[in-house]
Design a protein around this ligand. Structure first.
Ligand code: FAD
Length: 467
């Protein structure tokens, strides 16, 4: 019909917005964006906590010292978004054992040396693997640690291991691919300094800057008729060649020549969206075998600070025999003086467990740890906030992780279109998957494929050689 758009984009997160912008810039302006929630930016999501703005989702930017500019970082710089260099170098002085006593510098340095040796050995092997394009060799990070005869065993070694890997990938070394982690493309490209965003406009203001460059806003609200909020897509029918029909939970039906799907891979692994016909087996395997972790920041606000503040105290670490048990703590006194906010990060199975129990239980567990470290007399928190990304049917996880043994061919299949159905989202970027900038570039790449097909009839992508 004359009124149907050329392209439907499902999801208005970073990748959906970046895909739409690319279409717009290439003069395909008759797209619509169907977004399940009432906001854009998806997994980039600020919230108010204890009178301050904190980030439930993406928090850190990489962008200083690498050979390439991170587009997110460049926008952040332009709008003077407040971000703070995260200094992890003090681990030797603020790592506590199970009883809440500080480890000696020598003990922590020993465990850090072990991690460094694994990283050096791993980087060499990964480079060898990557250079051999004939064989798609890989192993897990845990296998690498064994091969290097440096498998972390003590509570302290396992805490450092958790910090090094789970703290970045949100999954354990037994899951994670060696080849796709060392060296980390995100760090190699943009620099390995991590900048923590703490600004009342939120990390999401970066997405709004992009969106404002091509969508209509009235005051600070999107009023562009092409963006439709509260539209949960539940069906994608691509049975007719050259057109797709998309249905939403509230019974609306939309038609277009192409659809771009940007929901997280967690959503694609669930049955929220039904495909007609069902996606082919090569595609389903590519989707179901990729991995998405869970990364949970548990925020606590106190009546006063009872932890050390000042230079070198931003983080402290707790080594419980149960790996990843309230291990990584961060305080916000530099960012928000007088806020009395602490947060602790848990991942994966601990995240699932914490999501399923009452907040009161989590509070009690966290307080038991803090009382061991800072004494019995510290006050209880006045507030707690726990994001639940895994239970949320619109996310089902936080960001992807390349699992050991998942081939490059499978990842090509993950981003390959099926008929008129295109895929984007952070998980489709072969190097920067997991990160907000990966989502940005994924949107650009998928839009390019759609533009080539619609405008130049070049519909075959270089990577869909799966059939
Ligand atoms: P999303 O943001 O998930 O966007 C998809 C959109 O689709 C969402 O708006 C969703 O509501 C919508 N949607 C889902 N299902 C449907 C449906 N059926 N119908 C309609 N709409 C639907 N990245 C960094 O760079 N640095 C970090 O420090 C960092 N930390 C993170 C910490 C956490 C806790 C989380 C959650 C993420 C973090 N990330 C970080 C990752 C980063 O946020 C993501 O990679 C990126 O935002 C993903 O963008 P996307 O467009 O691919 O997906």
């Amino acid at each position: 019909a004359a009124s149907s758009p050329s392209v439907i984009i499902v999801g208005a997160g970073m990748s959906g917005i970046s895909a739409a912008k690319r279409l717009h810039d290439n003069n395909i302006k008759d797209f619509i964006i169907l977004e399940a929630t009432n906001r854009i930016a998806g997994r980039i999501h600020k919230t108010e906590f204890g009178g301050r703005t904190v980030e439930k989702g993406a928090n850190w930017l990489h962008g200083v010292g690498g050979p390439q500019k991170n587009p997110m970082y460049e926008i952040a710089k332009k709008i003077k978004l407040k971000s703070y260099y995260s200094d992890f170098s003090n681990m030797s002085f603020n790592t506590y054992n199970e009883e809440g006593k500080l480890f000696s510098k020598k003990e922590v340095d020993g465990a850090l040396d072990m991690a460094e040796s694994n990283e050096e050995f791993g980087t060499k092997l990964a480079e060898k693997y990557s250079a051999d394009t004939k064989v798609d060799n890989d192993m897990s990070l845990l296998a690498l640690e064994r091969l290097n005869r440096k498998e972390p065993k003590t509570a302290l070694e396992r805490m450092i291991d958790f910090y090094s890997f789970d703290g970045e990938q949100a999954e354990a070394p037994r899951v994670t691919s060696l080849k796709h982690i060392f060296p980390r493309p995100e760090f190699e490209l943009f620099g390995d300094g991590e900048y923590f965003v703490a600004d009342s406009r939120g990390f999401e203001s970066i997405v709004h800057v992009l969106a404002k460059s091509f969508l209509t806003y009235t005051n600070d609200t999107i009023t562009d008729p092409r963006v439709m909020f509260k539209q949960v897509v539940t069906e994608v029918d691509y049975s007719k060649k050259g057109e797709v029909t998309v249905k939403t939970e509230d019974g609306k039906v939309y038609q277009a020549k192409k659809v771009i799907l940007s929901p997280s891979i967690g959503v694609l692994q669930s049955d929220l969206i039904k495909f007609k016909p069902e996606l082919p087996m090569w595609k389903r395997i590519a989707i179901d075998e990729f991995s998405i972790g869970i990364y949970t920041k548990i925020f606590l606000q106190f009546p006063k600070t009872f932890w050390p503040t000042g230079k070198g105290t931003e983080f402290f670490f707790y080594a419980h025999p149960r790996r990843g048990y309230y291990a990584i703590w961060q305080q916000l006194e530099a960012e928000y003086p007088g806020s009395n906010i602490l947060f602790v990060t848990v991942t994966d199975d601990e995240s699932k467990r914490v999501e399923q129990q009452p907040d009161e239980d989590t509070k009690a567990e966290a307080m038991e740890v803090l009382r061991k470290i800072f004494g019995k007399d510290i006050p209880n928190p006045t507030q707690i906030m726990i994001p639940r990304w895994y239970s949320d049917r619109l996310y089902r996880g936080t960001f992807t992780n390349w699992p050991a043994g998942y081939t490059i061919q499978k990842h090509n299949n993950l981003r390959a279109p099926v008929g008129s159905v295109y895929f984007t989202g952070e998980h489709t970027h072969p190097e920067l998957y997991g990160y907000a900038d990966g989502a940005y570039y994924a949107g650009v790449n998928t839009a390019k494929d759609v533009i080539n097909c619609l405008k130049r009839k070049m519909c075959k992508t270089s990577y869909n050689n799966h059939i």
